[in-house]
Design a protein around this ligand. Structure first.
Ligand code: NAD
Length: 498
């Protein structure tokens, strides 16, 4: 990236983002005419006033999506033609990479370089992966009675409501829309109220790529006002949700209160990273641990927030972690391409995280570094990278998802103890073990209650690797071929031959 802070500031000053909802191929105001403001968390200034959707807008969007689905314009489009649209869509996103980077950074505060290193490549990889499988999916003929032919068709569901969070606005949307659209569904995307702008550009580019009207709709607004009516809607066939466990549970209730729509959830985590004494490269484990918790300001569902270190290497690991943390994630202006850590998304999130730091202090954990709002920022919602050591897994900071840059290091006696502590949580999203012993690695992979296991790595993966959790981290799987099964349903067809 060759742009400088000044260049980005100039782009930000000149920005006129689209702020209307996208319904049936057109940008439209909310039926009520209402708007809400999105705020730049780096300085507290208004980024844009965005259409504030309500039930009437959800109705319009769902009706357009249903009409498009029933017409077959997308759902029965020749697979190679649908592939071409999805692939052009990815190309257009790539062409607009700078616009997406600016929109997400201004909306939610992540370092703009992260957009180019993580969010945009991750989004493109996912959309291209699902575009490429469109004409490679096959049905099944079962080995049944010779006097009958039985086959199983896999068909799209219909209208999918996709409700996503603010921590990776573009990428979380891409993980949902790519499988849902590829198999022929129509969608209504509901971005988070903190970060609605990139979703609107996405919908516009889908249309420019040749996506038919009504297939990709976006309703912007608050959870209760737009997300809830979407999840309760009788013509929505599926909710694909990423967000907090609390709202994930509501989604399941809304499904039960309405039409028993399918619900897949990707929720929070309290992911353990285990460091055994036989770890070959403790410095690498420590540096990876730092990135695993402070990356994206710690606002990551899979953040490695609990680090369980075997006692013989406990002090050495803490020293290496502290050293590595000094300059890996330093709070700064997120528009500066050299910045490695931005502000938290809202003042509420900042107070929440500071509240957890206070709780850690009160419960007797040792504050090794951080714990404050960095001195040089008098605007913006920054929190320093923070480390607690000598943490007990019973403490609040070890049990609850903080969703901020706060790591807890917990001493453990051996692998069995580490696994017991790792599993002592309501969550089960990601996990990691640092060891040079194959048996330890495999035992951990077998026994840990988590949907994702890394051995001598953290946050590694690609579009083929399923993303989703055990326990209260949710029941869905994003990326990977398995995601397609969540946006399709099977139909059993029996043909009597006798
Ligand atoms: P959130 O649950 O508050 O909001 C997520 C989305 O749900 C937003 O679009 C919001 O407007 C909507 N929503 C809120 N209340 C609603 C309601 N009553 N009805 C319908 N929709 C409603 O979560 P958040 O604060 O935006 O995101 C942070 C959470 O997301 C964290 O818990 C994090 O772990 C989780 N997350 C999980 C994954 C994963 O893949 N497992 C990925 C990213 C984030």
């Amino acid at each position: 990236m060759t742009m400088t802070l000044k260049d980005w500031q100039a782009r930000a000053a000149a920005l006129v983002p689209e702020t209307r909802m996208f319904i049936d191929g057109k940008f439209v105001d909310a039926a009520s005419g209402a708007k809400f403001e999105t705020i730049n968390p780096a300085n507290g200034q208004v980024v844009a006033a965005v259409a504030r959707g309500g039930p009437a807008d959800v109705d319009r969007a769902v009706a357009a999506a249903k009409k498009a689905f029933k017409s077959g314009v997308w759902s029965r489009m020749e697979p190679t033609a649908r592939m071409a649209v999805m692939s052009r869509f990815a190309d257009l996103i790539e062409e607009h990479a700078e616009d997406f980077a600016l929109l997400d950074t201004l909306d939610m505060g992540k370092p703009i370089s992260d957009m180019f290193n993580i969010d945009i490549p991750g989004s493109l990889m996912t959309i291209r992966f699902f575009a490429e499988v469109i004409d490679k999916m096959e049905g099944v003929v079962t080995n049944t009675n010779a006097d009958a032919l039985h086959y199983i068709l896999r068909q799209p569901l219909g209208v999918c409501g996709l409700v996503v969070p603010w921590n990776y606005p573009l990428m979380m949307a891409a993980w949902k829309i790519a499988p849902a659209l590829s198999v022929g569904n129509s969608i209504v995307l509901k971005p988070a109220e903190q970060s609605p702008l990139s979703a609107l550009l996405l919908a516009k580019l889908f249309s420019e790529a040749g996506g038919p009207d009504g297939v990709f709709n976006v309703v912007t607004g608050f959870g209760e006002e737009t997300g809830k009516p979407l999840a309760l809607h009788m013509d929505v066939d599926k909710i694909g949700f990423t967000g907090s466990g609390e709202v994930g549970k509501l989604m399941m209730i809304y499904a039960g209160q309405s039409n028993m729509k399918r619900v897949s959830t990707e929720c929070g985590g309290k992911s353990p990273q285990i460091v055994l004494a036989d770890c070959e490269d403790l410095a690498k484990a420590a540096a990876t641990g730092v990135a695993g918790i402070y990356g994206n300001q710690g606002e990551v569902c899979s953040a490695g927030s609990r680090i369980l270190v075997e006692r013989p290497v406990y002090d050495e690991y803490i020293a290496l972690f502290t050293e590595a943390a000094k300059d890996m994630h330093v709070p700064g202006d997120p528009l500066d391409p050299n910045t490695t850590m931005g502000p938290l998304v809202t003042p509420e999130q900042q107070s929440r995280v500071l509240g957890y730091i206070e709780a850690g202090r009160k419960e007797g954990a040792k504050l090794a570094f951080g714990g404050n709002v960095p001195a040089k920022f008098n605007a913006g919602y920054f929190v320093e990278p923070t480390l607690f050591t000598d943490v007990s897994n019973k403490m609040k900071i070890a049990q609850e998802e903080i969703f901020g840059p706060v790591a807890s290091i917990i001493p453990v006696d051996n692998l069995d103890h580490a696994i017991e502590v790792a599993n002592d949580t309501i969550y089960g999203l990601a996990s990691a073990i640092w060891t040079s012993n194959l048996k330890n690695a495999h035992r951990f992979a077998r026994d840990v209650e988590a949907g994702i296991v890394w051995v001598n790595a953290y946050e590694a993966g690609d579009a083929t690797t399923p993303w989703g959790g055990f326990k209260q981290s949710g029941n869905g799987r994003d990326k990977c071929l398995e995601a397609l099964t969540q946006y399709t349903q099977t139909k059993s067809v029996w043909i009597e031959l006798s």
